[in-house]
Design a protein. Sequence first.
Length: 266
Amino acid sequence: MNSYETPLVLFTVFSQLSVGMVAVNAVRSFVGPESQPQKIRSEWLVVGAALLAGMIASVFHLGHPAGMARTLAHLGSAWLSREALSTGVFLGLVVVGIVLMRDKTNRGLIVLTALVGLLALFCMGMTYSPPSFPAINNVLPFVFFIVTAALLGSSVGLSFAPASKKPLVSSIFTISLIVGLVVYLIVPCIWLSGGEVMRQTGQSWIASPLYWARIIVGLALPLAVIWTTKKSPGWLWVLVLAGELMGRAVFFASTVHTATNIGGIY
């Protein structure tokens, strides 16, 4: 990593947006029937469009795009292959949902799609936690990705939730903002007390203007708006999306590789 990796930033953020929207949709489905079931299809069209945009962006990260099918060749040993497969299955289920849910919802399909999406996020978290990056060679990438899915899924989902379920979705959004703020403020500080490369990662994140912009724009400001207005305006997803894009750029550009210190004295 150690560059902004724009294709991967777009792929991970938009795919997590899609998973988050379906997951929030699944939570809503257990509360009661939708008063406007026809809006579900519009919601899933947004899910599909975001996921497709992310997958198209990811192609530009490949050195040989024509060989992208080979990413499925090592399902038994490579998390990247599992990520590609689970994301592809998730896309397929989203397409099925768009086709079937025209006038009524299908809770079984919604829940299945959400579970496959969460599996894709887990595989994604494993893919981006290599041993060569000590600071994230753990559960943290999955935690980051779940937080992104919850933030974007709930903030965008507010626009599609019926009035009776908006308080539920707004609560998910508010809790996600608080959790995200705590996680992203604490984690770099914990890294500072780790080994040399981990400590350098913490310093690199804290020194990054994008890191602080993400904290302010994507987390603190939306939380301040909710606390002062006692509402969750529909436009807050724009700030959250901007924050997640900046935060993901920091994830790829400011996380320090072990090779950084080769030939140097620790």
